[in-house]
Write a protein that binds this ligand. Sequence first.
Ligand SMILES: Nc1ncnc2c1ncn2[C@@H]1O[C@H](COP(=O)(O)OP(=O)(O)OP(=O)(O)O)[C@@H](O)[C@H]1O
Length: 570
Amino acid sequence: MIRALATALGPAHAAPLRRLLVLTAAAAAAQGLAYALLVPLLYAVLGSRPAGALPWLAAFAAAVAGYGALTWSAQTRAFRLGSDVARALHHRLGEKIIELPLGWFSPARTGQLSRLAGQSVPQLMNVPAHLLRPVVTAAITPAVVAVTLLVVEPRLGAAVAVTVPLLAVVLRAADRAVARADADRHRRADEVAARLVEFAQAQPVLRAYGRTAREHRLLDDALVAQAAADRAMLRHVIPALTGFGFAVRALLGGVLLAGTNLVLGGSLDVPVLLAVLVLTVRLTEPLGTAAEYGAALRLANGRLSTLDDVLTAATLPAPDQPRTPRSAEVVLDDVHFGYDGRPVLAGVSFTLPERGMTALVGPSGAGKSTVARLLARFWDVDAGAIRIGGVDVRQMATADLMSRVAFVFQDVYLFDGTLAGNIRLGRADATDEEVRAAAAAAGLGDLLDRLDDPVGEGGTALSGGQRQRVSIARALLKNAPIVVLDEATAALDPETAAAVQTAVHALARRTTLLVIAHRLETVRAADQILVLRDGVITERGRHDDLVGAGGTYASFWHDRTAAEGWRLVG
Ligand SMILES: Nc1ncnc2c1ncn2[C@@H]1O[C@H](COP(=O)(O)OP(=O)(O)OP(=O)(O)O)[C@@H](O)[C@H]1O
């Protein structure tokens, strides 16, 4: 855990953490020494010359005072380091998020990040102040006591020195068994939480079809599995705790038995036996405390390992000497790409000319959005290249690439701020007038007098169509030379559709525009249409030529016109 914490904190915090460890270890050693001094002290007090106990009493008091001072200093540093831990970990997470490829941010990973930043990091703050001490003490104090015992009474000392590691082994084995059951219990609890959320979200569907909670099998199954995991946990915890308690008592009983035997044989004084018993109790105490902290330790270790997964996630390689594109022409040159070894694009080549609209069409799942995401370097291509103005996107600085391309994706993210603030994300220094103009051009004319209204968390105060138009307004405001637009599949009302269409046309006149097209009007107006199918571009050309060719595009067009039927007749 200590190594994992040091890795997560980074080299800047290595020295303070090391100093804290040294101080905590010194405090634990002083505690062990104080316990050890009890032996000569008790021996003198209970022996024939109690006055001889005074120097031992003074030494004992000095050890206790040293222990107090060191603990106070260590704890003060630990609390200070605790707040530094939160700052440092948030900082490192923030820096890493900027570097991670956009493809990393799946919904599951985004959830994981939010749990890490919101729950795990604040909880890891407690590690220096509350967890380090019991862990270090459990290792150092018994060692110092055992060494002292070996010096004072080698026969009993040797027995204890052999038995204590055995105790630690019992403790560790029990802890491992509990950890496995605990991990399973957490997994089941997560599953129940996910199923409950699903169950809540699915209420409209379930009620519409008259389904009851009992019929929602997934939730039922998850609850049954959780109950089984709870029982399994109990089956592991009870033997583990009683096993450790039994082992401690067995050790004490053994020392008492052997010591009594030696006393009766005349080779051990009663005060020494008493002192050894006191020490043995003291020696097992830190181990017991560490056992109590087992769950917290496991939790901290789990959190540190998740944190480590994020902090060591592979980033996209950055060029040593970034190159600058000469134009806004985009070329895909024999691009191959697959997810987890499953090929999606198998040799895609096309050119997006400067100032022109290219419509990318194809069956669902053909890989159209994947093409757009590769252009944004969500991931790097497996083979081939994507070039902007003659420069491979892998040779461009990320900031340069991002400044040249504006993306309008279907899943638009809106921040909990005003509508104007959300549009201004396109260009922070845009004037109010520019924001209004972009909003109007993107078909948000009816919301112009609500620009200063809050959009709610995630844009809940806006409709799906309005959210996408906010995204178009951002792209218009950004004024990037290349625009990639993943068109919304949801139908817009005719008036808004016409407004959006005008905005798209305006973009096509001044940018390299790639539209993943779902709307017939867009496809028809494109300067170039690309049909993506089975991982390659199977047809390319203008609308009339492709319809005339009678291929995939022609049947796509006929299907779509039939589907949209009445809207086109007029
Ligand atoms: N992040 C991902 N991880 C794994 N597979 C993915 C991922 N994204 C997409 N895929 C898969 O890659 C294939 C292409 O997906 P993509 O979203 O690019 O298709 P599309 O042509 O845009 O489809 P649609 O028109 O339905 O949006 C699909 O089979 C999809 O399941």
